[in-house]
Design a binder for this molecule. Structure first.
Ligand SMILES: [Zn+2]
Length: 500
């Protein structure tokens, strides 16, 4: 048994090394590589991924897992090794169900679709993208069927990002949240708009960058085990134990993008920096799921970073950095401006109160597409209709509507709901944190985040991917993921800001 477990860990470590090496190439491509490198880099990443996939799905891995699954029944079910077998076996089961011809087919379809999407978005020309999306959808429908029988074909897609979660569960959560959020936004829309012109001034890049570094250092980002670089579309990547990298962007004419983006990616990195070394080079050396990951980025970006106590400490410092721009702007006015609610067409620019509605729109459409209730060619009109029902306004063109996101061209269906679930989980965790750390606000108002980070480390980070999202949320908060805490949070915060 010990020999089998040791052998399995050896294989998993190699698979993990290959995937982190591929991630490093990806990071380099986004951050530094010259444009001319794209083709060679694509081939190199393709080779690493292929070798890793073959290694992981090999008969040897399968046999080891079969043997160990039987033995593991006698182990403590929450032990690292028992969880390792469980998580790995599930992934392995999924991986071997997908014929390699379908993997190759997907790569071909999606690379063409991604290119067509770019051209279509640039010209706001949906018909140019339509035949490609039809192929992607047809592939996705076949892919989902590989996992039959299941309650709903969307379950197969969701399970990839949210292990163990079912479509019906996610729908029930959002059916509860949606009407309350729509109602809140209507109430806000009836109030006078908040002044935010002070955020649209010239903020020199270096000063923004240095202030962002000061903030995430205070959060507890470990620069011995991470770094920050500039990219077009920010992300965080974990390149193995001791190397969690964040990326950011700076707009010199709009303050929000850099600071909140930096906090967001640092939130992701703090999670991964908190996973212990003993889980490294294994499938457990990850977050529990995308939504749990997003709960961490959102927690630092929004619950901390857009809060009053946070700015009561940091705003005077920010005013010193930008005396001409903000010297005469009161803290209260700044706080309201960074929390301004206004329906926007673009998801990634949405504020806290409207963000989830952008996701719910996509979730409903993905399910309808998969079920064949909505045809690809009907997408633009259905999008606009539903967008209006949720957000009270209609996109002027498809570039600002159905064509705005890249995900579908990469066959990333089932991915969007993780963003909204992350918001819900962040507020759910926050209620427990507030109870268990009663002086949290006073600490934040002194620029102290040590107790908060220690709490997150102890309750969540140290477990890595040992528990499924519903399990870990239940463990920490006493209930499964539900939207009630998030709605309470939004109502209280925006009720005060907008005097509702
Ligand atoms: Zn994120």
């Amino acid at each position: 048994m010990d020999k089998d477990l040791a052998r399995l860990k050896e294989i998993l470590a190699e698979v993990d090394d290959l995937s982190r090496a591929s991630a490093l190439l990806e990071w380099d491509q986004q951050a530094y590589a010259p444009r001319g490198s794209a083709e060679a880099r694509g081939q190199q990443m393709g080779s690493l991924n292929k070798i890793g996939h073959e290694r992981f799905t090999s008969p040897e891995t399968g046999k080891l897992l079969e043997t160990l699954k039987k033995i593991a029944k006698d182990w403590d079910p929450d032990s690292d090794d028992a969880r390792l077998i469980q998580v790995t076996a599930k992934r392995h089961e999924r991986a071997v169900k997908v014929p390699s011809a379908m993997v190759v087919e997907k790569a071909e379809i999606t690379s063409l679709a991604a290119q067509a999407w770019q051209e279509a978005r640039a010209k706001s020309n949906f018909p140019h993208f339509q035949p490609h999306l039809e192929k992607v959808l047809e592939w996705t429908q076949r892919y989902a069927e590989l996992f039959a029988p299941q309650d709903h074909p969307y379950d197969a897609l969701l399970d990839e990002y949210e292990p163990g979660m079912k479509t019906a569960e996610v729908q029930a959560i959002f059916d509860n949240v949606r009407p309350k959020q729509v109602e809140l936004i209507k109430a806000i829309a009836a109030k006078p708009a908040i002044e935010e012109s002070m955020l649209h001034q010239h903020f020199p890049e270096k000063a923004q960058w240095d202030f962002g570094v000061e903030v995430v250092t205070a959060f507890g980002f470990d620069w011995e085990r991470g770094r920050q670089d500039k990219v077009t579309h920010p992300f965080m990547t974990n390149l193995g134990y001791g190397d969690q990298r964040i990326t950011t962007r700076v707009y010199e004419d709009f303050y929000n993008a850099h600071i909140f983006g930096t906090m967001h990616e640092a939130g992701h990195a703090l999670y991964e920096q908190g996973i212990p070394k003993k889980l490294a080079r294994m499938p457990l050396y990850n977050g529990a799921s995308l939504s749990v990951h997003e709960s961490q980025s959102r927690l630092w970006e929004n619950l901390v970073g857009r809060s009053k106590p946070f700015w009561s400490y940091f705003y005077p410092k920010l005013q010193k950095v930008f005396p001409e721009q903000l010297g005469k702007v009161k803290e209260e006015a700044f706080y309201k401006a960074i929390n301004r609610v206004a329906p926007s067409f673009i998801r990634v620019e949405a504020d806290e109160a409207t963000y989830n509605l952008h996701i719910l729109l996509r979730l409903g459409l993905e399910i309808d597409l998969l079920e064949g209730k909505v045809a690809v060619k009907e997408l633009p009109s259905v999008w606009n209709e539903r967008f209006n029902a949720y957000l009270g306004t209609t996109p002027p063109d498809d570039a600002k509507g159905v064509l705005q996101d890249v995900h579908w061209s990469y066959a990333l269906m089932g991915y969007f709901p993780t963003y909204a679930l992350g918001n819900l989980v962040s507020a759910q965790l926050w209620e427990v944190i507030r109870r268990e750390l009663p002086d949290l606000e006073q600490q934040i108002a002194k620029g102290e985040f040590g107790a908060l980070l220690a709490w997150l480390r102890e309750k969540l980070h140290r477990h890595g991917a040992k528990f499924e999202p519903q399990e870990i949320v239940q463990k920490i908060t006493g209930s499964k993921i539900d939207g009630a805490a998030y709605i309470r949070y939004l109502q209280k915060k925006f009720g005060e800001i907008y005097a509702l």
